[in-house]
Each structure stands twice: as structure tokens, then as C-alpha cells.
Design a protein around this ligand. Structure first.
Ligand SMILES: [Zn+2]
Length: 215
């Protein structure tokens, strides 16, 4: 029994990392020198390395930076690996600066399909709050915190009730707009290797603390 108990306790966490774009929504945004696709991919690969060092099983939704994957497919990959958390990485374009975390706090409907389930929504609320609080700590003094927000605060979410990737998700899902790439200061922060490492480390800590059973 002792052996079995320790085996159960040591079951690895699984995280699905989704570097945003290209998808049916498009290529995403760009700064003066770098694209959202590139930043999301670079941070995702660093995050993968850090999580694997923490013995977390990692599944990416793409095999290469410019691979086209539809948002429904991205959710299917997270569902199929039964991820403890589906972490979606994006960069915003606006007049502001800084990062924000989005999560579905209600069901949405896309092409006649409604989701996520009420059970998942109930489970996700505390996970998203914990995730964002840890991300806030990890990025303090680096990027401005624009808060934890409902998917409905996004352009797509305001029409559907939730983001497409959230609607099709059967596992806890958060989407991080890591910076405002159209802001030159943000762009310069996330363009350097050190800046991407800082983001990845904060995301790793937020991810693990949000889904660890002893949190
Ligand atoms: Zn995006």
C-alpha cells in the first residue's frame, strides 16, 4: 500500500503549452521588430524546458514556430493529454502596456457548440486566481499587471461568451497576453533572451503553484 500511495503521489503533472498563432484567427500582432508568433514560441520553448526540469510532463500544441493550428485543434491537444493546465501564450496590441490573464468564467458558444462545462468553470476559478496572483509576483517590476479578466473582455469572447479555445477545452485553461507588443518598451523587454527567460520562469512558477495539489 505504501508503494502504491507514493506512486499515486508522484504521478507527474501535465501541462499543455499553446504558443498562439498562426490559427484561423490569423497571424497575430507584431511590434516594430518582432512578431507575436515568434515571442509566443520563444517563451513557450523556455517554459517547456523549465517545467521539464521540475518533472512536469509538457505537451506543445505546435511542433514548429510557423505551424498553422486551428483553435479547436489546440484545445483537442490539451484535452487528449488530459492536461492539468492548458496555458495559452499571446501578445496584445493596444495603446497600453503590460500583461493580463484571461479565463472563461461562463459558457460560450461557437458554431453551435457550447462549453466549457459548468463543472470545469467551477474548478477553474480558483486555479486562474492562483495562477494570476503568482504571475503578478513573478513579473513585479518587469511588466505592468493589467489583471485577471474574463474571456468576455476579449474581442472574440465578447461575441461568443468565451474564447474558442476555452469553449472546446475539457481541462483548466488560461490565456496570457504576455505584453503589449505594439508598445516599444514592452517589445524591447520581451525581445531579449533574458526577458523571455524572466517571463518563462514566472509562467512556470504560476503554472505549478496553480495546479499543485498542496497549494
Ligand atoms: Zn494573439
Amino acid at each position: 500500500m505504501l508503494v502504491l500511495a507514493s506512486f499515486v503521489l508522484s504521478l507527474p503533472l501535465t501541462v499543455c503549452i499553446d504558443p498562439g498563432h498562426p490559427s484561423e484567427v490569423g497571424e497575430g500582432t507584431a511590434g516594430n521588430n518582432v512578431s507575436e508568433i515568434h515571442i509566443a514560441w520563444a517563451v513557450a520553448k523556455k517554459l517547456e524546458t523549465i517545467l521539464e526540469q521540475k518533472h512536469v510532463r509538457v505537451v506543445l500544441t505546435k511542433h514548429s514556430e510557423n505551424q498553422f493550428v486551428k483553435n479547436m485543434e489546440r484545445s483537442k491537444i490539451a484535452n487528449d493529454c488530459n492536461a492539468n493546465l492548458f496555458v495559452r501564450l499571446h501578445c496584445d496590441s493596444s495603446n497600453g502596456s503590460g500583461f493580463a490573464t484571461y479565463y472563461p468564467d461562463r459558457q460560450g458558444t461557437v458554431r453551435g457548440f457550447t462549453g466549457p462545462s459548468p463543472e470545469l468553470l467551477e474548478k477553474l476559478g480558483p486555479i486562474a486566481k492562483h495562477f494570476h496572483a503568482s504571475l503578478h509576483d513573478g513579473l513585479k517590476g518587469f511588466l505592468k499587471d493589467n489583471g485577471l479578466m474574463s474571456d468576455i473582455k476579449t474581442a472574440v469572447g465578447s461575441k461568443q461568451g468565451a474564447l474558442t479555445g476555452s469553449i472546446y477545452s475539457h481541462v483548466p485553461v488560461v490565456l496570457v497576453e504576455m505584453c503589449v507588443l505594439t508598445n516599444p518598451k514592452d517589445e524591447s523587454l520581451v525581445s531579449s533572451d533574458a526577458g523571455q527567460q524572466r517571463l518563462a520562469e514566472a509562467l512556470a512558477r504560476a503554472t505549478v503553484s496553480a495546479i499543485s495539489p498542496d497549494k
